[in-house]
Design a protein around this ligand. Structure first.
Ligand code: FAD
Ligand code: SIN
Length: 505
């Protein structure tokens, strides 16, 4: 069976649904999804600078957290267009937490110079954002298809002209003039992640197969505080940074503060700084966790603000209100991804990317907390606007299928990537990872893992969430992005790109 649309969007998270809704009035859109991704799991909130807050301050905090490696024009779009997109989300029916006068409540998270994170249901922001977006989608003309994008259709001239869909029972095609990847991050390529299992980097592998470039793949963000449940693989429950925003502090196994004196913002330093400090503390103490101590925070505040975290704690028999809880870092977010311009266009005609799968440069070398839902809203709209104004010309030539294939040894791939490309990396380990991955086939997870390893090997310095113990400082000669593409034999190769702009257009 073949379906036809103007645009097919792959992924039903904040980025995919925002794109589809933005196109619904002007284009025939099909939204293809394999299930829920990270969006409904988001806890802390959405950052937005409005009122007495200044988008320029948000811009500055984003730049600082990103270790000065952000694309300034795209960050400007993010912080300036963000409040408007948030207001539209509210108009779609999203209900955020408000005070007695009806004003939005705003909290603090790591790296922010002031409270600017709006939240819903206390710590259930993603669930509410997702609910409101899916309700709006049901009211729209967008057609939805459930299934996995198992490949892309490419014309003889190299344009992407459709998607191969695997519903589990049959293979079908969707022909379209534009294909938008909104497939999220790469959590499932690691053993332990805060992401659900549907987030496995398929969009990264699809883009590479089609000839597109990736950029900044070495910048994989680890969240400092996943709940230490004793499980070492799969999706781990998150303990939102907002708990530290309300006053909780990190302690080592001896009860000593970890972040005091390490950074001017202490426990609210940017995420990469805190994750590294925890990793170093755990290594020093030979421990597999540290403690998060919220016992000085008023119980009423904790109950009201963090029902999700409280429930996760209860499941492992700990009480956030009265005792310290065990936490450890876990893979959380891909700062890099498919290289795009400001409107989501990749360097392959007909192929677009948006949200976590895309690299617009807004996160630099380390994402600022609560800037990702915002990115999905802002850049989803930007892609929709661009595709409303212009669609790629219809390509009538013959097409071929670029299929994803399967991974033969997914667990070995995860183990290798986690061991050698975690918070702390070094050249010897990365070389060992590359060698091990060589024997693990060309499935999507193996492709994603190789892309991370090759980029992390190439960048011989440390900045943001890329930390090389053999090159522990940022070096000026590495003030360039690492671009990854597949060569003729399907092997990932790298080249360097100057910092100014990612994919200018
Ligand atoms: P996702 O929401 O991950 O959606 C990806 C979609 O692609 C899914 O529908 C998936 O099924 C689909 N898909 C993937 N591959 C295929 C395929 N081959 N075929 C078909 N469909 C496919 N960010 C914030 O800004 N604030 C927060 O408070 C926050 N908290 C977080 C808490 C947790 C626990 C996690 C995991 C993340 C959090 N983040 C937060 C990050 C943020 O949630 C994500 O970066 C963001 O939701 C990504 O949105 P997305 O639309 O790009 O992708
Ligand atoms: C959190 O709530 O700590 C996660 C926020 C984010 O990933 O931006």
């Amino acid at each position: 069976m073949t379906r036809v649309a103007d645009v097919v969007v792959i992924g039903s998270g904040v980025a995919g649904v925002s794109t589809a809704l933005g196109l619904a009035a002007t284009r025939q859109v099909i939204l293809l999804s394999a299930g829920d991704g990270s969006t409904p799991w988001a806890q802390g909130g959405i950052s937005a600078a409005y009122g007495e807050d200044d988008p320029l301050d948000h811009w500055h905090d984003t730049e600082v957290a990103g270790a000065g490696f952000c694309d300034p024009r795209n960050v400007r779009a993010l912080v300036e267009e963000g409040p408007q997109r948030l207001a539209e989300l509210i108009a779609h029916g999203a209900r955020f937490d408000r005070d007695d006068t009806g004003s939005l409540l705003r909290t603090l998270e790591g790296g922010h110079s002031r409270p600017r994170i709006v939240h819903a249901g206390g710590d259930a922001t993603g669930a509410e954002v997702h609910r409101a977006l899916l309700d709006a989608l049901r009211r729209s003309s967008v057609r939805t298809v459930t299934g996995r994008a198992a490949g892309l259709l490419q014309s003889e001239t190299g344009s992407v002209v459709g998607v191969l869909v695997d519903t589990g029972t049959e293979l079908s095609q969707i022909e379209a003039r534009a294909v938008v990847l909104a497939t999220g991050g790469i959590g499932n390529a690691y053993l332990a992640s805060t992401n659900p299992a549907t987030v496995r980097g398929d969009g990264i592998a699809l883009a590479l197969r089609a000839g597109a470039s990736l950029v900044d793949m070495e910048f994989v963000q680890f969240h400092p505080t996943a709940l230490h449940t004793g499980e070492t693989s799969g999706q781990l429950p998150l303990v939102t940074e907002a708990v530290r925003g309300e006053g909780a502090v990190l302690r080592d196994v001896h009860g000593r503060r970890i972040m005091a004196g390490r950074h001017p913002r202490a426990d609210l330093a940017p995420r990469d700084v805190v994750a590294r400090a925890i990793e170093a503390t755990m290594r020093r103490d030979g421990s597999d966790h540290v403690w998060l101590d919220a016992t000085e925070v008023a119980p009423d505040v904790l109950r009201k603000r963090f029902p999700t975290v409280l429930a996760s704690c209860a499941r492992i028999g700990v009480d956030l209100l009265s005792e310290q809880i065990p936490v450890a870092p876990a893979e959380h977010f891909l700062c890099g991804g498919v290289r795009t311009d400001r409107n989501g266009a990749t360097d392959v005609p007909g192929l677009y990317a948006v949200g976590e799968v895309a690299a617009t440069g807004v996160h630099g070398a380390n994402r600022l907390a609560s800037n990702s839902l915002l990115e999905g809203l802002v850049f989803g709209r930007r892609v929709a606007t661009a595709l409303t104004l212009d669609l790629p010309a219809k390509d009538l030539g013959r097409t071929r299928e670029l299929t994803l294939g399967d991974d033969r040894q997914p667990e070995r791939i995860r183990t290798t990537l986690s061991r050698y490309a975690g918070i702390r990396r070094d050249g010897a380990g990365l070389n060992a990872a590359a060698e091990e991955l060589d024997s693990m086939g060309t499935g999507p997870l193996a492709t994603v893992a190789r892309a991370v390893v090759v980029a992390a090997t190439a960048r011989q310095d440390s900045r943001g969430c890329h930390w090389r113990s053999d090159h522990p400082h940022a070096a000026e000669r590495w003030d360039e992005h690492i671009v990854v593409r597949l060569d003729q034999e399907g092997r990932p190769t790298t080249r360097q790109l100057p910092t100014a702009g990612l994919l200018p257009r």
